[in-house]
Write a protein that binds this ligand. Structure first.
Ligand code: SF4
Ligand code: SF4
Length: 426
């Protein structure tokens, strides 16, 4: 079956379209409801995860005592910014590219992702410039001083991603864990929001394509095409949006044992234009494959599904500060990748705005932090493995909220769904 995007848009305008989140539709499937193509016109899908392929283009004037010819090197809050491509000769203006994975020279566990969030929050950031002539200037700017601040994705929103286990006999430092990865397949981490991932809901890219309007970190932006290393088995997308309109809680930095990484979120409305889209949105977590990778050798060792990650688990950690015994060393506070746990006097605090719902704290102090995180079940070299998940590098809790918000915005007309300009070959 097929329906034209124009027909869907008309129905939305008449407030006559059925718009569901992918979670709602999957819940109906799980409940055994008989859902057909004709029952849904648009599905909203979302993901919030570590997405390394992220950079920002920033352009702003710097306040210096004298005009410089060209900037040679620039750091912002100690994070390297790549100067150019436009040299802005004698203009006193910087054009910069900042990578989401760049690490600060000055602050441990601070990188491009942290910087992007601070910029969006409106915090002042320190800019240090060295010119071609070797002169040094420093300035402090905030997003109001930046006429241009645009975020770009180079490879985001994978159809599905992977789980990781360290099969080697030694701990491994990796971007796929918040702490050193314990050896001998004793713990697992994962990425990917499973059934609600945007491209999982349209893997052949029949409903979304070049020019489709999306929410990137909460700001309206557009899909530009397919990303680096995109393949029919593992398609991913590139997109862009203006940082001035972004929502800080949807983005940020995440400390891994290989340094800070960048958190980004996408919310995408998928028009249900044909059976390929409908068949995809009907796939629930247990039908969404999740490769199990060896974190040490970076090879696939087994397959499981996203049901291991998201079925019958807690999407957020329950917090019981009254159970805190005030230990000399608080491991959850020390290891939280978002620095979301701290003491205010002798009162323990969990900052829900910055918490990524990764779950790590629940594995370190179960009296104060409680969450069922599930386990990976797969066969490996003739053995039935059941490896507990200790860190989630995708935040399905917030992704669900974003998908619901996008659904409501389409229904009330504050988000205008559009048709693509051109198809993308997955
Ligand atoms: S949260 Fe747990 S580990 Fe941290 S001080 Fe309290 S009881 Fe100790
Ligand atoms: S779930 Fe716990 S460890 Fe993870 S970000 Fe939140 S507070 Fe930190």
């Amino acid at each position: 079956m097929e329906r034209a995007v124009g027909h869907i848009l008309e129905k939305i305008n008449r407030k006559d379209a059925t718009v569901l989140t992918s979670q709602e539709l999957c819940d109906m499937i799980d409940a055994g409801d008989n859902v057909g193509f004709e029952d849904v016109e648009v599905v909203t899908a979302a993901t919030r995860a570590i997405m390394s392929g992220t950079y920002a283009v920033l352009s702003f004037p710097v306040d210096t005592v004298e005009k410089f010819t060209r900037a040679c090197t620039v750091t912002i809050n100690g994070v390297d910014a790549h100067v150019g491509p436009c040299p802005n000769e004698r203009l006193g203006i910087l054009d910069l590219m900042v990578f989401g994975t760049a690490h600060s020279h000055e602050r441990e566990n601070y990188g491009g992702g942290h910087l992007f969030r601070e910029i969006v929050e409106g915090n002042p950031v320190d800019v240090d410039v060295v010119t071609d002539e070797g002169r040094k200037y420093s300035d402090t700017v905030s997003i109001e001083d930046m006429p241009y601040a645009q975020l770009f994705a180079t490879r985001h929103a994978f159809k599905n991603y992977s789980a990781f286990v360290n099969f080697s006999p030694s701990p491994v430092s990796t971007i796929f864990h918040a702490t050193a990865f314990a050896p001998d397949a004793t713990e697992a981490t994962l990425s990917g929001c499973g059934q609600i991932n945007p491209v999982k809901n349209d893997p052949q890219l029949h409903g979304i394509g070049v020019g489709s309007r999306i929410l990137l970190n909460g700001a309206e932006g557009f899909i530009l095409g397919s990303g680096t290393r995109s393949s029919p088995e593992k398609p991913n997308l590139i997109a862009t949006a203006d940082m001035h309109s972004m929502v800080a809680d949807h983005m940020g930095g995440f400390a891994t044992s290989a340094g800070p990484e960048c958190i980004v979120s996408w919310a995408v409305a998928v028009p249900v234009v044909d059976d390929s889209v409908f068949d995809a949105i009907r796939q629930t977590d247990s039908a969404v494959p999740m490769p199990v990778m060896d974190a040490d050798r970076r090879i696939k060792v087994a397959m499981t599904s996203y049901a291991d990650a998201w079925k019958d688990v807690d999407l957020e950690v329950a917090f019981n500060p009254g159970n805190c015994r005030g230990c000399d060393v608080c491991e959850p506070m020390k290891r939280c990748p978002m620095e979301s746990i701290y003491f205010n006097g002798d009162k323990m605090v969990l900052n829900r705005h910055t918490c990524f719902n990764c779950g790590l704290c629940s594995t370190l102090c179960s009296s104060v932090f409680k969450a069922e995180l599930g386990s990976l079940k797969f066969d490996y070299e003739g053995k039935n493995m059941d490896v507990p998940i200790v860190v989630r590098q995708s935040d399905r809790k917030r992704a669900l909220i974003m998908a619901e918000k996008l659904r409501d915005s389409i229904k009330n007309g504050s988000f205008i769904l559009n048709g693509m300009v051109e198809r993308i070959s997955p």
